[in-house]
Write a protein of this length. Structure first.
Ligand SMILES: NC(=O)c1ccc[n+]([C@@H]2O[C@H](COP(=O)([O-])OP(=O)(O)OC[C@H]3O[C@@H](n4cnc5c(N)ncnc54)[C@H](OP(=O)(O)O)[C@@H]3O)[C@@H](O)[C@H]2O)c1
Length: 268
């Protein structure tokens, strides 16, 4: 493609998630247009510029905005408003907000005359082209831009983000489950790396199957694995009796309540 037709991308707030997203965009979404990243964080921005020839570090946030079409905004929530108030945007630009807790309508008021504001919530594995990428409001062009970075989920209702954010609160629990199972295998005398390889690759394969299933099929996968009197039935029935899954749902409710309060009050 003619490089003049490629969108020029800017990044304000080159932190952990922005670095992962830029890597994902270049390595997996084949983004070859220019990407201007804010100098902060200095270590991360110089690492990106050293690694990719289309990444340039810019010490001025306004200069990033002046020279780009799509701006990815990824500072911490308490830094966001003061920073945006210092900057001037154009009406032909698009802002992609990664910062939690800001609605599209709130941001539009701050960055006017820019009106094309989208919310996108990547997770760290975006670096490997993996993970969910909920986007609101839906946009085909942006979905294509990020399609290699993970599964773009076009969201029609912004309040869906609370449910997705709550689910991301289970990442540590997921790792803990894998670690606990691995430790149990290792405690039987199995080499620790082999124990980790078996457990994590089994979960990886099952998660792949889940990611190809429809919503309705996903609900049936657990019972499809069960044979009467078999080992999967033994584990699943006992965990159901212990209300293990109900406990997970209760924790999700608690997280969602907390996230809704943050949105209402602006306080964590
Ligand atoms: N981490 C995740 O998994 C994740 C996922 C989805 C969304 N998010 C959202 O993404 C945002 C960033 O999260 P993060 O984990 O990447 O945090 P982070 O690593 O602390 O990144 C924030 C970055 O903003 C930079 N910054 C601060 N003030 C700036 C300024 N005036 N101009 C330019 N850059 C400035 C910081 O630079 P210094 O280091 O120099 O202070 C830092 O590099 C958060 O709002 C979070 O809600 C995070």
């Amino acid at each position: 493609m003619d490089s003049k037709l490629l969108p020029r991308i800017g990044v304000i707030g080159t932190g952990a998630i922005a670095e992962a997203l830029v890597i994902g965009m270049i390595d997996h979404s084949r983004c070859s247009g220019p990407i201007r990243v804010s100098i902060r964080n200095e270590q991360r921005s110089s690492r990106l510029a050293d690694r990719f020839e289309n990444v340039v570090v810019d010490p001025s946030n306004q200069s990033i905005i002046d020279q780009t079409d799509i701006i990815i905004f990824a500072v911490l929530p308490d830094q966001a408003v003061a920073l945006l108030n210092e900057l001037t945007f154009r009406d032909d630009q698009t802002l992609i907000n990664l910062v939690a807790g800001f609605s599209v309508s709130e941001l539009r008021k701050i960055v006017s005359p820019l009106s094309r504001v989208h919310r996108l919530i990547p997770l760290p594995p975006v670096e490997f082209g993996l993970g969910p990428l909920p986007m609101f409001p839906p946009c085909e062009d942006l979905a294509n831009l990020f399609s290699g970075c993970g599964k773009v989920i076009q969201v029609e209702d912004e309040t869906d983000f609370t449910g997705f954010a709550a689910v991301s609160g289970l990442m540590a629990t997921h790792h803990r489950l894998t670690a606990t199972v691995t430790q149990w295998v290792a405690s039987r005398g199995v080499n620790a790396d082999n124990a980790a390889a078996y457990t994590s690759h089994m979960f990886h394969a099952l998660t792949y199957l889940e990611s190809t299933a429809s919503g309705a099929d996903l609900q049936r996968l657990a019972r499809k694995c069960v044979t009467q009197g078999g080992i999967n039935e033994l584990a699943l029935d006992q965990l159901e009796e212990l209300q293990w899954f109900d406990q997970v749902v209760e924790r999700l409710d608690t997280i969602a309540d907390r996230l809704e309060k943050i949105v209402e009050t602006g306080n964590p």
